[in-house]
Design a protein around this ligand. Structure first.
Ligand code: NAD
Length: 441
């Protein structure tokens, strides 16, 4: 959850999602008429207005919504964010990302996302709790263990999920309702390993890509120089796990700025300093750099793990890494994608790289339905297996697309990227299931 001190810049994720989808479509010529419109459009958009008693005895009305992008492969899955700038457009784009992500990861969910327009920085914990409860009541059966399963996102966390679960449980007495949300506290049915899942998934996906020769000049993580933007859940986990796997962390940043050390930073020292001083800035022995400098730092792997639209046409030319691992959602704009492509910089796309979070959310959902609690080792092993398979599937798809490209160079400007291959894999899976279900009759 982003710290209340750092309001994120709002990139136009909707535009990013549309452009990425359109580019991927150039590689799919045999989709049935009408199917494309179905695949890109949200299935259901629910708007609710609800009033809440504030701490000062006043009453305020809030606007919330839930977008179910696609449920063909299973119940909707995706976070709920609290932010003053949440829009239906942005949430729709994020819901679409979830549809593609769940399809690539092979988990039986569709894509969804939700939000409440509010400023958590100005709300007490009690107000946030009341907002959550009224929001869930207003949504009614829009969410449910077998229809649409929320999770944490910006400014929501395990505690918020506990409130959602409790409210839904009160509305549906006598049923096992734990699977209505994931990302819950462990004691309430949360899964071991969920906190680290997205970062760990990034590690497994990167290792598999390198092992398969997906990045010229990089065979494995040994001695590989890594720069990471963002030191929240995903960024900090990546820092620890990539370091433990043999990489050297040469630069990190948070919302206040960054630090660089060519000799490599010690993750625990970095986290201690951030804990003690509130930011990574001023870490003794390291050089202070700006966030833009971090993106341009001398490294082999760059991991944008904070916000959307961070690498854009204004700074992509400065990126020096061989590989960009999109730990955040939508950190590279389509214009930047083309610049990186021309510089032969490989991008491991978000819908593949950060799918570890939704994979372990799926594990949580299964454990809840079965009243089970799996061991951490088992969860990690299952996660690795799924991330390895997802990378292999996308690489196999890229080979197929490359073969088409080579025989048909006139029609397309660029060779297929991993993002194209990932999106085509996902779109095909959703399209195939749509046709198998024969929903058109
Ligand atoms: P978080 O709120 O825990 O961390 C965000 C970090 O980004 C914080 O350290 C913050 O200081 C930093 N930050 C904010 N503005 C910055 C800036 N301008 N420059 C550099 N750093 C900045 O969030 P998170 O859960 O780690 O999520 C990060 C990204 O990963 C988001 O795009 C999120 O959608 C995506 N993601 C998260 C998960 C998950 O399981 N947490 C899963 C999939 C995708």
């Amino acid at each position: 959850m982003t710290s209340p001190q750092s309001a994120p810049p709002r990139g136009d994720l909707f535009e990013v999602a549309q452009q990425q989808f359109q580019r991927a479509l150039a590689w799919i010529e045999d989709l049935k008429m009408g199917l494309i419109e179905y695949l890109i459009s949200p299935e259901k958009i629910t708007h609710v207005r609800f009033s809440v008693n504030m701490d000062d005895e006043s009453v305020r009305t809030f606007h919330g919504f839930r977008v179910l992008h696609n449920s063909t492969r299973g119940p909707g899955k995706g976070g709920i964010r609290y932010h003053p700038a949440v829009t239906e457009h942005e949430v729709s784009a994020l819901a679409a990302f979830m549809t593609w992500k769940t399809a690539i990861a092979g988990v039986p969910f569709g894509g969804a996302k939700g939000g409440v327009v509010c400023n958590p920085k100005e709300l007490s914990r009690a107000e946030q709790r009341r907002i959550t409860r009224r929001f869930v009541m207003a949504l009614g059966d829009v969410i449910g263990p077998h229809t649409d399963v929320p999770a944490p996102d910006l400014y929501t966390n395990a505690e918020t999920m506990a409130w959602i679960y409790d409210t839904f449980d009160v509305m549906h007495p006598g049923e096992n309702n734990r699977a209505v949300v994931t990302g819950k506290p462990i004691e309430l049915g949360g899964s071991l390993g969920r906190d680290e899942a997205t970062g760990r998934g990034c590690l497994y996906a990167t290792q598999q890509l390198l092992k398969r020769g997906g990045v010229p000049g990089l065979q494995n993580l040994d001695g590989t120089r890594v720069a990471i933007q963002g030191l929240g859940n995903v960024g900090a986990t990546c820092m620890q796990l990539f370091h433990a796997a043999g990489a050297s962390i040469v630069a990190v940043s948070d919302s206040s700025g960054g630090v660089f050390d060519a000799k490599g930073l010690d993750p625990e020292t970095v986290l201690d300093h951030k804990r003690d001083c509130g930011s990574i800035v001023g870490l003794p022995g390291a050089v202070s750099i700006s966030n833009d400098d971090l993106l341009a730092s001398d490294c082999d792997i760059l991991i944008p793990g904070a916000l959307e639209c961070q690498i854009h046409d204004g700074n992509a030319q400065r990126v020096r890494a061989k590989l960009v691992v999109e730990a955040a959602n939508g950190p590279v704009t389509p214009a930047a994608d083309e610049i990186l492509e021309r510089k032969s910089i490989v991008v491991l796309p978000d819908i593949l790289a950060n799918a570890g979070g939704v994979v372990v959310s799926y594990f949580e959902w299964v454990q809840n339905l079965e009243n089970q609690q799996w061991e951490l080792d088992e969860i990690r092993a299952r996660l690795e297996k799924r991330m390895v398979k997802a990378v292999d599937d996308v690489l196999a798809r890229r080979e197929l697309l490359k073969a088409n490209h080579d025989s048909d160079k006139q029609k397309r400007r660029m060779a297929p990227t991993l993002r194209d291959a990932a999106l085509v894999t996902a779109i095909r899976r959703v399209a195939d299931v749509t046709l198998q279900r024969d929903i058109w009759l």
